[in-house]
Design a protein around this ligand. Structure first.
Ligand SMILES: Cc1ncc(COP(=O)(O)O)c(C=O)c1O
Length: 463
C-alpha cells in the first residue's frame, strides 16, 4: 500500500469526526472516551485505519458491498472519464453508460428487460412498491394494492421500506408505518415453526398462501422477498420453497419482487441469487454490489410485461410511471457498474466465489465440529452466516453481547467480521461473513482462523 496517507498528521480528522459526524447505527456516548475508527485506505481485501492498522475485510465494507475489492484503478478511471465528459442529466433523458449498462445487465437476466435507475437499495424497493400500487390503481380498480413481506427480511431504511421490514428492532420507534403491508412467516428451517413436517420448504411456502387466503387474493398485488435473507440471519431458502412460492404467485396473480440488494451481482456465485433456484421474478431490485461501492447506484429491473402496464394507454396523461430519482441520473453509477461487471467477468470471479465459498463452508463446518456454540451454518457463494447458540439441544441463542465479543476479538486480530444486530429481538446471534469475490484460500483461512480464536476466547476451548 502507499504510505502517503500516513505521512500527514490526521489527528484533526479524528477531532472533526468526533465533533460533527453522526455515524450510522452507532450509540455515540462511547466516543466521549474512545476515538471512532476511521478507515483511510483500501487495497484488494484489506483496509487500513487511521492508526495504520491493517484489517482483512470479511464483510466487503461492512455491509456486503465491495464485491470486487478496494483500490480498483480501472473503475476510478472509468468514473473519472465519464464525469468530465457528462456527469449528470435527469433520467427522463438517456445517457451513454446508462444505456450500455442496462444492456449488459439484462444480458445476465434472461426474462427481464427494463432497468430503472436510482441510488440505494431502499429506493430500488420503494420503486417496486410504487409500481405495485400504480398497477393496482390503474389496472385493478384499486384492488391488489397490498404487498406481502416476510418475517426476518429487510428492504431498506425509509418509512415505507421499513413498513415491509420483518425485523421488529429496525422498525421500533419509527411508526406509524405505511398501510397495506402484511407479513408472512419466515422460512428458517433451523427454527422450524411447524413441528414435524414432510417438507419444511413447501410448508413454509404454504404459510404464504394461508396469509393470501386470509387477506383475500384480490387484495394482494406483490410479494417481496429477499432471495437469501441477509441481516435477518443469513437464511438460505429450504428445499422446495421457491418452487412453491412461484406456483402461489402465479395462481393468485401476485407480482414476485425479489430483493437482490445483497445477493445481486455475483455474491452467491451466480450473477443473481435467484438463478440458483430457477425462479422467474417479475421485479428484481439490486444495489450494493452493482458498482461495489465505487458509486451510488441501484436498479429496479422488471419484465416487459410489467413495463407494458405503464405505457398501455398513451392518451392518459397519468398512465406512465410518474417517479423520479434526481441522482438516478448520475452517470457515475452505470459507468462504475459497467467496469465492475467487466472485472467480474474477466477475472472469473463467479467461479472464484463458488470455489472460495465451498472452502468457507468447509472451514465453518469444521469450526462447528469444534465449537458447540455454533448451532447452524448457512450460506451460498461468499455469503455465510454461523448462528451461535448457548445450547445445541434447546437452540437457545447466545447473549448478543457474546456475539459482539466474537466480532471484537476478530477485529483485534485484524479481521473484520459482522454479527446480526438490532434486528430480531433475542435473535441477533448470527455471525456474518461476506468477503469480496476476489478472496483467496489464505484469506478464507485467515478469516476462519480468527473466528476459531475468537470463539475459544469468548466461549472456551470447544470440545
Ligand atoms: C436486503 C436488503 N435490501 C435493501 C437494503 C437497503 O439498502 P440501502 O441501505 O442501500 O438503502 C439492504 C441494506 O442493507 C438490504 O440488506
Amino acid at each position: 500500500m502507499s504510505t502517503t496517507q500516513f505521512e500527514n498528521d490526521l489527528s484533526d480528522v479524528v477531532a472533526s469526526d468526533k465533533a460533527h459526524v453522526w455515524h450510522h447505527l452507532m450509540q455515540h456516548k462511547m466516543f466521549e472516551t474512545v476515538d471512532p475508527k476511521i478507515i483511510v485506505e483500501g487495497k484488494g481485501m484489506r483496509v487500513w485505519d487511521i492508526t495504520g492498522k491493517e484489517h482483512l475485510d470479511a464483510v466487503s465494507g461492512g455491509v456486503w458491498t465491495v464485491n470486487v475489492g478496494y483500490g480498483r484503478d480501472t473503475i476510478a478511471d472509468a468514473v473519472r472519464d465519464q464525469l468530465v465528459k457528462m456527469n449528470y442529466f435527469a433520467g427522463a433523458l438517456g445517457s451513454v453508460p446508462g444505456a450500455r449498462f442496462s444492456e449488459r445487465l439484462i444480458s445476465k437476466m434472461p426474462g427481464m428487460t427494463r432497468v430503472y435507475y436510482s441510488n440505494s437499495g431502499s429506493e430500488a424497493n420503494e420503486k417496486a412498491f410504487k409500481m405495485v400500487r400504480q398497477i393496482s390503481a390503474q389496472h385493478h380498480g384499486g384492488k391488489k394494492s397490498k404487498i406481502l413481506y416476510r418475517e426476518r427480511d429487510y428492504h431498506g431504511t425509509t418509512i415505507t421500506a421499513l413498513s415491509a421490514a420483518g425485523q421488529p428492532q429496525r422498525q421500533a420507534h419509527y411508526g406509524p408505518f405505511t398501510p397495506g403491508f402484511v407479513d408472512v412467516p419466515h422460512c428458517l428451517e433451523y427454527r422450524n415453526q411447524y413441528g414435524v413436517v414432510e417438507n419444511y420448504g413447501e410448508r413454509a411456502a404454504d404459510a404464504i398462501e394461508e396469509v393470501i387466503l386470509r387477506e383475500g387474493p384480490d387484495t394482494i398485488g406483490g410479494l417481496c422477498l429477499e432471495t437469501i435473507t441477509a441481516g435477518g440471519g443469513v437464511i438460505t431458502p429450504p428445499k422446495g420453497y421457491w418452487e412453491r412460492v412461484q406456483e402461489i404467485c402465479t395462481k393468485y396473480g401476485i407480482l414476485l419482487i425479489l430483493d437482490e440488494v445483497v445477493c445481486g451481482v455475483g455474491r452467491t456465485g451466480e450473477w443473481f441469487g435467484y438463478q440458483h433456484y430457477g425462479i422467474k421474478p417479475d421485479i428484481v431490485t439490486m444495489a450494493k454490489g452493482v458498482a461495489s461501492g465505487y458509486a451510488a447506484i441501484s436498479c429496479t429491473v422488471t419484465t416487459e410485461a410489467v413495463f407494458d402496464l405503464f405505457k398501455a394507454d398513451a392518451s392518459d396523461p397519468m398512465s406512465y410511471f410518474r417517479d423520479i430519482s434526481t441522482f438516478g441520473g448520475c452517470t457515475s453509477g452505470p459507468a462504475a457498474a459497467l467496469e465492475n461487471m467487466r472485472i467480474i467477468e474477466d477475472e472469473d470471479l463467479l467461479a472464484n466465489t463458488t470455489a472460495m465459498g465451498a472452502r468457507l463452508e468447509q472451514n465453518l463446518l469444521a469450526l462447528k465440529d469444534k465449537h458447540p456454540v455454533i448451532g447452524d451454518v448457512r450460506g451460498k457463494g461468499l455469503f455465510w452466516g454461523a448462528e451461535l447458540v448457548a445450547d445445541r439441544e434447546t437452540k437457545e441463542p447466545v447473549d448478543e453481547i457474546k456475539g459482539q465479543a466474537v466480532v471484537g476479538h476478530c477485529n483485534a486480530e485484524g479481521v473484520l467480521i459482522g454479527v446480526t444486530n438490532r434486528s430480531i429481538p433475542g435473535y441477533n446471534n448470527t455471525l456474518c461473513l461476506s468477503p469480496a469475490l476476489i478472496a483467496t484460500k489464505s484469506d478464507i483461512d485467515q478469516i476462519t482462523g480468527a473466528i476459531d480464536n475468537a470463539l475459544t476466547a469468548v466461549f472456551g476451548s470447544g470440545k
